[in-house]
Structures are given as structure tokens and as C-alpha cells.
Design a protein around this ligand. Structure first.
Ligand code: FAD
Length: 293
């Protein structure tokens, strides 16, 4: 099916994009990689009168680390993150997730900002950002604000962004000297959305767990942060018993639906297994006891 008629706008600066958003209001839609928006337009689930293409705004792309933060431009492609030496060397949860997103074509076009703005509960970046304490920077013509990803994601395909806001950057706190993280994803075939996935991150502090981040994909109407599980690990010794208890709590926080990918019970079970395994892997990476993501 062809999309409904629309006008195409190609701003070359963020200010220009913001004024177009103001001008067209609800009838304007931002275009990033188009990997989610274009299919929705073809199916006529979305029919914006004006498409505002972000792809020619250079300031929205890039990966850097400064002042204790990783800064990723919203238009940075999944593949740029999958192939970044900085991400591979220091941000294990992100490095493990990026190559598992979709297929090479989608990874070459889809963006991290588009993924978070789309708020698909089966999206991988949402859980990764919840586990690592990620934030987004949102700009509108009236200013800029920083939103924790936990406060950004409201429910399925819904965020707390205002209609005139653009995500410009994703920020992740630099990890502790001893830290580890990973992303475990079950998919029916390579390139599929997750049946279930778990993002974990551990910061170690003098042999104990300083900070734990645990989040789950595709088991609730939005990506969920397993806060009780995280709390039980804070200050604990990184033992298999502690991880088993955290995994039990994380699975209890899930609210999956039964669908073509599996029953609710199956997804809850996989969540528990993945959190337990992911935590053990994160500990091994943090303490240098071997293993790869
Ligand atoms: P677009 O499609 O361009 O936009 C999506 C929405 O976000 C639109 O509403 C748009 O207006 C808004 N938007 C975009 N950028 C911004 C911004 N900077 N600020 C505010 N709003 C913005 N994702 C996964 O996580 N895991 C998968 O396994 C996976 N598999 C896929 C398989 C296929 C076949 C396809 C087509 C997609 C898959 N995806 C998967 C989705 C993919 O990751 C998309 O890239 C992502 O969901 C949307 O990013 P995008 O840049 O393409 O955004």
C-alpha cells in the first residue's frame, strides 16, 4: 500500500527542524531512519501531512565521551554503535545489544533516537538504556530538558515527549572502573524482534555490587526496569544465590502476553533464566574472570 500524500521537508539545522515542528503541529512528523515510521505510513496507521527529515542535520550524529558521560547523537545508526570501538571497549550492555537489533539493512538505517521515540516494548535500546541509567536530551523551540529513559517511556508506542520536541542526544553515565554488562536476546530467527530479552549492568565497588541495572524487553506494555531486583543487589556480594533471587524478582515484575512468540509463562521463565545468566556474565566481565558478551 502507498502512504497517504505528504509534503517533505529537509531542514539542515536543528533550529529549522524545530520551527517546522512548531509550524505544522500535530500534522508534522519527524523522520529519522524511517524503519518504523515508513511501514506505519504505508499501512496508513500514520498519515502525517508533513514529514520533517532529520537526516541532513549533522549535529545529531556522533559518539563521544566527555565529563563522565557517553554522548550519542540521536541520529546515530544502530550499526555505528555496533561497530564503535568506544562502545565495544567500555559499554558492554550497549555493545552486546547493538548487533542483535534487526538485520543489517535496518541497522544501517535505524537510529537510537528513533528507536527510543518509537517506544516499542520489543525495542532493544529501551531496555539497554534502563539498565545503564540512560537519559535523553529533548529540544524544542522553547528550550531543552533532560529526561531519564525510565520517565520517557510511558506505554506501548507512547512517550512523554511533547509534540514539538526532538530527541537530540542520548547520555549514559560512564561506567565504574570495574563494571560489566550484557544483553541476552531470544528471537525466533536472526533479525526478529525479541521474544524476550534482558539487559544487565553491574558496577562493582570493592568486591561488592555498587550499582545494578536490570531491564527486560517484550514482557510488558513498555520496556521495564526491574527495580526490586536491582535494589536487592545493591551492596550485596555477587554470588550465584544473590543473582538467582534478583532473577526471581525480575521475572515477578514481568507482565507478558501470550502470542505467536510464546506463552506468558514461557516468557516469564526465559526472563528469569536470562537475568540470572546475564548477571553472572556481567560479574565475570567486571571482575576479569573471563567470558565474552
Ligand atoms: P523512524 O522510523 O524514522 O521514526 C520512528 C518514530 O520516532 C516516529 O514517530 C518519528 O517521528 C520519531 N522520531 C524519530 N527520531 C526522533 C527524534 N530524534 N526525536 C523525536 N522523535 C523522533 N528494533 C529493535 O529494537 N529490535 C529489533 O530486533 C528490530 N527489528 C526490526 C526488524 C525490522 C524488519 C524493522 C523494519 C524494524 C526493526 N526494528 C527493531 C525497529 C528499528 O530498530 C527502528 O530503527 C526503530 O524502531 C526506529 O528508528 P528509526 O530511526 O527508523 O525511526
Amino acid at each position: 500500500m502507498l502512504p497517504a500524500r505528504f509534503d517533505y521537508h529537509r531542514p539542515t539545522s536543528l533550529d529549522e527542524a524545530l520551527s517546522l515542528l512548531d509550524q505544522y503541529g500535530d500534522d508534522g512528523k519527524l523522520l529519522a531512519g524511517g524503519m518504523s515510521l515508513i511501514p506505519l505510513m504505508k499501512l496508513r496507521f500514520a498519515a502525517p501531512g508533513h514529514l520533517i527529515d532529520l537526516n541532513h542535520i549533522d549535529e545529531l550524529t556522533g559518539i563521544s565521551e566527555e565529563d563522565g558521560w557517553l554522548r550519542v547523537g540521536a541520529l546515530t545508526r544502530h550499526n555505528a554503535l555496533a561497530t564503535s570501538d568506544l562502545i565495544a571497549g567500555r559499554y558492554g550492555t550497549m555493545a552486546a545489544a547493538a548487533p542483535q537489533i534487526a538485520d543489517p539493512i535496518v541497522r544501517n538505517l535505524g537510529t537510537i533516537g528513533g528507536s527510543l521515540a518509537h517506544a516499542d516494548p520489543a525495542g532493544d535500546w529501551g531496555s539497554v538504556m534502563l539498565a545503564v541509567g540512560g537519559q535523553v536530551v529533548a529540544r524544542s523551540s522553547s528550550g531543552q530538558r533532560t529526561i531519564a529513559v525510565d520517565d520517557l517511556l510511558e506505554t506501548t508506542f507512547t512517550t512523554t515527549l511533547e509534540p514539538n520536541e526532538v530527541i537530540t542526544e542520548i547520555r549514559v553515565p560512564s561506567p565504574a572502573a570495574r563494571s560489566g554488562g550484557t544483553y541476552l536476546k531470544l528471537e525466533r530467527k536472526v533479525g526478529d524482534f525479541a521474544t524476550v530479552a534482558a539487559a544487565v549492568h553491574l558496577d562493582m565497588d570493592d568486591g561488592r555490587i555498587g550499582q545494578a541495572g536490570i531491564a527486560l524487553t517484550a514482557v510488558a506494555p513498555r520496556n521495564i526496569k526491574a527495580t526490586e531486583a536491582e535494589a536487592t543487589l545493591q551492596g550485596a556480594e555477587p554470588t550465584d544465590e544473590a543473582f538467582a533471587e534478583a532473577a526471581r524478582l525480575a521475572a515477578a515484575a514481568c507482565d507478558p502476553s501470550s502470542d505467536l512468540r510464546g506463552s506468558a509463562d514461557y516468557k516469564r521463565h526465559v526472563s528469569e533464566v536470562f537475568v540470572r545468566r546475564g548477571l553472572a556474565r556481567a560479574r565475570d566481565l567486571a571482575t576479569g574472570s573471563g567470558g565474552e558478551n
